[in-house]
Design a protein around this ligand. Sequence first.
Ligand code: ADP
Ligand code: MG
Length: 635
Amino acid sequence: MSNKVRSFKFKTEVKQLLDILVHSLYTNREIFLRELISNASDALDKIRFELTSGGDVIDEKLSLEISITTDKDKNILTITDTGVGMTEDEIIKNIGTIAKSGSADFLDKLSDEAKEKDVSNIIGKFGVGFYSVFMVAKEVIITTKSYKQDEPAVQWKSDGLGSFKIIPFEGTQPRGTKIEVFLKDDAKEFIEKHTIESIIKKHSNFISFPIKIEGDKVNTVPALWREPKSNIKQKQYDEFYKYLTYDSEPPMDTIHVSIDAPVQFNSLMFIPKRSFDLFGVSKEDIGLDLYVKSVLIHHKNSDLLPEYLGFIKGMADSPDIPLNISRETLQENRVVMKMSGTLVKQALKYLEKKAKDKPEEYVEFWKAHGKVFKLGYSDYANHEKIAELLRFNSSASEDSEGLTSFAEYLERAKEDQKDIYYISGSSREALNSDPHLEIFKRKGIEVLYMYEPVDEFVMNGLAKYKKDYNLTPVEQADLGKLDKFESVEKEESEVDKLSEGEEAVFKKLMEKIKDILGDRVTEVRESKRLKDSASCLVNPDGDMTSHMQKIMHIINKDTSIPKKVFEVNKDHQLIRNILKIYKNDPKDPFIISTIEQLYESALLLEGYLADPHKLFNRIQDILLKSSDWHPGNKK
Ligand code: ADP
Ligand code: MG
């Protein structure tokens, strides 16, 4: 270590953040104290863990606490903890950069938000809390000494403008961290004991270490999760939730689990009102805080809940886990596995009840967290429960907001209908005009609408509902089965049936079409599904759905055009017109133009048409001819 003062520039993203904090935010400055106390508490959690798991720690006898003192003459607020402290390398790394991934996105979001409203809860959620001290400080000095043997104490000093200094510390400093906040002239209110006290009561009441102001203890240190449920008021749960998540709103739901067997544990699980995804939450933010006998051993443990329940925030505490367990072995720990199984069961049970008793509230849940929850299709053991909890927009909904479950779909289904049909597309409008749906409209059969790529995987993964019902993409529907259902619309055919002779000509025309399209299609066949469209493309039977194929193409960066079946609607006026032309002159070039046009239009709809020039020129050509033929053009 050098014994000279060294200067460092803040990383760009830190400078950006400080700029936002200092200039655009004057409401809710008090949260700086919550952030400093939460850092102190984290440092104490870490040292408590080291101590209980038998690590090598200096100043072992120090009591674990946070103390706050004030110097009214100099306007200095000092926050001291006896936590893990930091080595010189650690402080340069931890306070001077933003380690989190996605910080650029976060900063963009923050600066937008800062223009309009208070960003205090976002800062905490993203974990850049320390810097908020510069909302109230003109200068900050950190003096810290690591718990590790033979690490000298070090000082960090900054005015939060562009750089910080690292200064070797000559005095005595016990293990832990002391933060001296030199208050700005307009922030002197934070020197008052009663102000500090009320801020702590408001934001930091659940810190599990004593917080002392000028020697007096102010927090109550409760372990809410160990109290009997009947003693706890919702307000206490709400406060704990806000403390835990920095959410400014209370949770949508609270699930308090107390279990004695197969393992003993307590857990508080909360479902937030809104998804935290907006704040650039990454995988590392998912999970429950894991305690052993009230000692926090792992912050946000993702082994306790599967990804599809990642929207749940909270904690779990069990005396049955060894304290000195390493993070690596936690995952294979039998107790953790059993806890996880129970937590999943409890969460699903809770959601089932909510869906049944309060369907309107369940819809709110689905809108906030459905995107994540539907990933549960991969939890094979809980397939049936999860299927029951899924919601979809459908052709029976009034608009794109409407939602239905599989069970509700079946209540409306035809007698003997053994399939639940679905289709994927980018929007309700796009799907409403999809040719594949024509037969379903005609027969009055409901179709579930899928808007997100993951939906295909969900439906594929589930494959069935309640063992009896197939989840079937409309493209793969057995048209024979559909035909048996009575039509809801009158089948008033605007065109007459073809005579036997005409049928023979139509067959020839179909061969001609196959010649025109060549090996760009696997087959040309008469369509049973179409009514308003002249033709469409479908995947050969047994293949994946077109939508899934498209997703795979994107994933594999495949630019080839898949071969499909070209279906022709014999009763469509356009096809009848072509038939007439064909009868007159099978070699009429107009036939080729029209078939090419129909084929490329279908490709265009499916997003496979790489070069639209040919299509465009052909349209011009056809328009020219048709205007030439227009009756008004006859001399
Ligand atoms: P976060 O707490 O979410 O990591 P902060 O900006 O609040 O983000 O703190 C940055 C880092 O600085 C912490 O992760 C921690 O490593 C370190 N740190 C801050 N305060 C303390 C403290 N009192 N004792 C030990 N380390 C601290
Ligand atoms: Mg922090």
